[in-house]
Design a binder for this molecule. Sequence first.
Ligand code: HEC
Length: 175
Amino acid sequence: MRLRKLVSYGIFVLVFVIGFGFTTVARGNGNSYPPPIPQVTFAQQTSDLMLSTLFAALTQEFDETTVDNVEQGKQSISLIFNDENKDMRLVGTVGPLRENDRPRDDFERQANALALTTGEPLTSVQRVSGQWYYRRSVPLTNFRAECALCHANYPAGPTSDKVGALMLRVPIRNY
Ligand code: HEC
């Protein structure tokens, strides 16, 4: 009798686990198609706001950069572009200041290659670890004299040399 009880309990647990497994898979499939246009547009508009904010912050930092505060400026930029934050990254392969700034996935590799050749931006709506994102690159050139103060391997600027890209990604809400 005890054995029968144990067996039926075992079956109950098995059914529960399988059922849970199926619902998880089903939920996963539920958002595996591209999100609808309005949600993508919302993320795109968010990324425009984010870009203006970042651009203003970087411009402020460049305006304040002198030969005397290069190291402090570098630390400041590194803290803003904290490596833990995958939603905004400075990426480049022209003697990068940080190894972490090399392209990390297919999107970044493709975007960096474009930034260094045609200088064109790249955008994409794609899933990263189960979350849909609007991703974009903003190609960068050596457009200010201050670039070379911190990036010793860049030519004295401003020049139109292509050096990498700012990568932004915005999670698509409810997707
Ligand atoms: C005050 C110093 C400073 C100035 C000025 C500066 N940068 Fe940087 N830059 C940094 C730091 C620090 C990093 C690394 C950020 C990090 O920790 O991810 C970086 C990263 C980058 C990267 C990613 C590849 C790499 O080298 O790590 C690119 C591309 C880049 N900067 C372009 C520019 C351009 C273009 C300018 C001028 C318009 C510029 N930077 C001016 C400090 C500076």
